[in-house]
Design a protein around this ligand. Structure first.
Ligand code: FAD
Length: 407
């Protein structure tokens, strides 16, 4: 049997590794649009912040040799012929397959794609983006930057650049940073504390409307409030879109069943896959690393053994990079809200029918495993949760587990 992957990212690397570890000895071809070993996008901001490049190659730089893979790199897949079981690449060549693993992830969405033609304007999504920014910082001695987009990736970008020594302005259209992973009050708390801790210039309810350049070099950005910021560097991190066009002609993501199959000979996983939420059952793209790993393993197992099924995705988000101020959330922010705040720590749990419907923890990670487990397992916690999250020593979960009686 010949197995082909479209994509050489986290899901594809995990899938291939599982196949080989479980004894698959047949032919594997990986086709990717970037020319590099598999890397972790989660780690690439650390590289930009100053860590060595090799730390991004999460399964080793020798991945293709180690797992006996024919790698076709720098060749974007442009079309999948599902009937004849052939993929077509941009240079006009083709690759037939018995089974295809379609894991092309997502790409940045750009409000004005033509801005990328101006020197000093970059996306923040791929290793190629990071290397281009790194080169630019070294060559041009850049000391300040504007990041447009204050979601998870934009905040990651701003913190990485600041760690690298730049002065950063962060421009975000919403009322708070991290708006998709926080509720209003928690997001405002996180934004305020991030501003205090980093000294970053944060502009909310604002967008980048236009840019100025001289001889093709960025000189300034103009904001929606009319003000201008002089800068030689603009990072665009406004949103991402699934790379599902080559398979189905649209960018809505690839619908998979519980075996991660999109059709009888095509598996899918990762940021391009549409899956069911493990708790609320809603279909969607749940783009994070743990979901991608579990989906890839289910696909490999099913391909080799014909069994196993995916138990659903969780929309967990963990921002914990560059500074000691984590923001962690999961689930839906609706139901009865129970909140605790002390100093830099802010915790909120939403309860529905006595069970956790969603949670948000800021400034502290100690309860994240506990809340995640109870959220996923649908445990009733209404009798204890208030005490657990408001333990002044932050060890309420251990005391509860050990059976401590209320004082
Ligand atoms: C800056 C950044 C930070 C992140 N931080 C975190 C984090 O802290 N925690 C977390 O859980 N998640 C994080 N994520 C998300 C996480 O990286 C993804 O969920 C994960 O990588 C998904 O794996 P994937 O294989 O679907 O996609 P990717 O790892 O992005 O791989 C997709 C692959 O497909 C290739 N490709 C795309 N189009 C084509 C095409 N047409 N033909 C051939 N190949 C193609 C790409 O080059 C790439 O090799 C972060 C993402 C980014 C960008």
């Amino acid at each position: 049997m010949k197995i082909v992957t479209a994509g050489t990212g986290m899901a594809a690397a995990e899938f291939v590794e599982q196949l080989r570890l479980e004894g698959f000895a047949g032919e594997i071809v990986m086709v990717g649009d970037e020319d590099c070993p598999p890397y972790s996008p989660c780690v690439i901001p650390f590289y930009l912040a100053g860590e060595p490049l090799d730390t991004v190659y999460w399964k080793g730089k020798d991945f293709y040799e180690k797992y006996r893979v024919t790698a076709r790199l720098g060749e974007p897949v442009v079309q999948v012929d599902q009937v004849r079981q052939i993929i077509h690449t941009a240079d006009g060549t083709r690759e037939d397959y018995d089974r295809l693993f379609f894991a092309t992830g997502s790409h940045s969405w750009y409000p004005r794609p033509e801005w990328l033609g101006i020197k000093g304007v970059f996306g923040f999504k791929t290793l190629s983006d990071m290397m281009a920014i790194d080169r630019y910082l070294r060559e041009e001695q850049v000391s300040e930057a504007v990041v447009f987009g204050g979601g998870f990736i934009g905040v990651d970008a701003a913190l990485a650049l600041q760690t690298r020594g730049l002065r950063v302005s962060l421009v975000h259209r919403n009322t708070r940073l991290l708006s998709q992973m926080t509720d209003e009050e928690g997001g405002r708390f996180a934004t305020l504390r991030l501003a205090e801790k980093t000294g970053m210039d944060i502009r909310l309810r604002t967008t980048v409307e236009d840019i100025s350049h001289s001889n093709g070099q960025l000189t300034a950005v103009r904001l929606s409030d009319g003000r201008e910021i002089a800068t030689p560097l603009l990072i665009l991190s406004v949103g991402v879109t699934p790379n599902s066009v080559p398979l189905q002609g649209d960018d809505k993501g690839v619908l998979s069943n519980e075996q991660m199959l999109a059709d009888p000979s095509i598996y899918t996983a990762g940021d391009v896959a549409v899956t069911r939420h493990a708790v609320n059952g809603t279909s969607g793209v749940y783009a994070n690393y743990p979901n991608a790993m579990r989906q890839a393993r289910v696909a490999a197992r099913h391909l080799l053994h014909g069994d196993g099924s995916y138990d659903g995705s969780i929309n967990t988000t963990v921002l914990r990079k560059h500074i000691d101020f984590p923001v962690i959330s999961a689930g839906d922010f609706s139901g009865e809200a129970i909140t605790y705040q002390q100093g830099d720590i802010w915790r909120r749990v939403y309860l529905v029918d006595g069970m956790i419907n969603g949670y948000l923890i800021i400034g502290d990670t100690r309860l994240s495993g506990y809340l995640y487990q109870h959220y996923k397992d649908r445990t009733r916690v209404d009798g204890t949760i208030r005490k657990t999250i408001s333990s002044p020593r932050h060890d309420g979960q251990y005391r509860e587990m050990l059976g401590f009686a209320a004082a």
